[in-house]
Design a binder for this molecule. Structure first.
Ligand code: ATP
Ligand code: MG
Length: 246
């Protein structure tokens, strides 16, 4: 895929106990959303963190045609790669507004202002709480703030680690609706990690399934969009506990 914004080749991440990610290769075209699916401990977060420059790894990471494997996390951030970690990654003692500003530390004031308007437009829930300490927001609002903060620097690629984690189904749907809107209106390029197949399936146009550090399956847009395709993938790769929703 020559027009890929992100290309990962043979990525291996090794912790004390051996490799957690084994030779993972994937590519994300510009303007599209891709998903990395898999159960607990599959190696999804390790893969995202390695792409963001936060884990030592082997293999090659190419971003917009340039090999960035040797760049540290700060340089990758400046190149436009933003990582939104799993969990409620907001600074609890700082206000909502200050959390947003943190996400735009390196950008000029005009970008900061336009991005802030954009983020508050997409997430009105947090627009009404700008002065509140982030720690007082609900789980769903904190997740919106974490994503919003990630968008503040106008990233070229956003890496989202389990945006649905710990959220009630209705809130998961809401967060994903907003992401879909942002993707449509701003041609967002994203690689997202999910345990929940359903959450990711409607947003992503391709997905890889990880197990024990390996990619064991790949789904294209058609399989993700059709109930049968999703069910086949769930049965084959994730076990039949999950059921594909229409
Ligand atoms: N910093 C670390 N040091 C040692 N081992 C780690 C470290 N981080 C992750 N691991 C191990 O690497 C494996 C993959 O972990 P990772 O967090 O990438 O999985 P995951 O797919 O994101 O899982 P989850 O869905 O539970 O978040 C696991 O066995 C985990 O215990
Ligand atoms: Mg994880």
């Amino acid at each position: 895929m020559s027009d890929a914004l992100l290309k990962v080749e043979g990525l291996t991440v090794t912790y004390g106990g051996g490799p957690a990610v084994h030779g993972v290769s994937l590519a994300v075209p510009s303007g599209s959303v891709a998903a990395l699916l898999g159960a607990n401990g599959a190696g999804k977060s390790s893969t995202l963190r390695a792409i963001a420059g936060l884990e030592k790894c082997e293999g090659r990471i190419v971003f917009d045609g340039a090999d960035i494997s040797h760049l540290d996390a700060a340089k990758r951030f400046k190149a436009g790669i933003v990582y939104v970690p799993e969990g409620r990654a907001v600074v609890a003692d700082l206000s909502v507004s200050e959390n947003l500003t943190l996400g735009s530390y390196f950008v000029d004031s005009r970008t900061r202002a336009t991005r802030r308007d954009m983020v508050l437009d997409f997430f009105p829930e947090i627009a009404n709480r700008l002065k509140a300490p982030a720690g007082l927001l609900s789980g769903g609002e904190q997740q919106m703030l974490a994503i919003g903060r990630g968008l503040m620097s106008a990233p070229r690629l956003i890496l989202l680690d389990e945006p649905s984690l710990g959220l009630a189904p209705l809130l998961v749907a809401r967060v994903y609706e907003r992401l879909a809107k942002i993707q449509r209106e701003h041609q967002l390029t994203a690689l997202l990690v999910e345990q929940s197949f359903h959450a990711a399936a409607k947003l992503a146009s391709r997905a890889w399934v990880m197990r024990h550090g390996h990619i064991v399956g790949e789904l294209d847009a058609d399989s993700l969009r059709s109930r049968e395709g999703r069910q086949r993938a769930i049965d084959a790769y994730l076990g039949s506990r999950e059921e594909a929703h229409a």
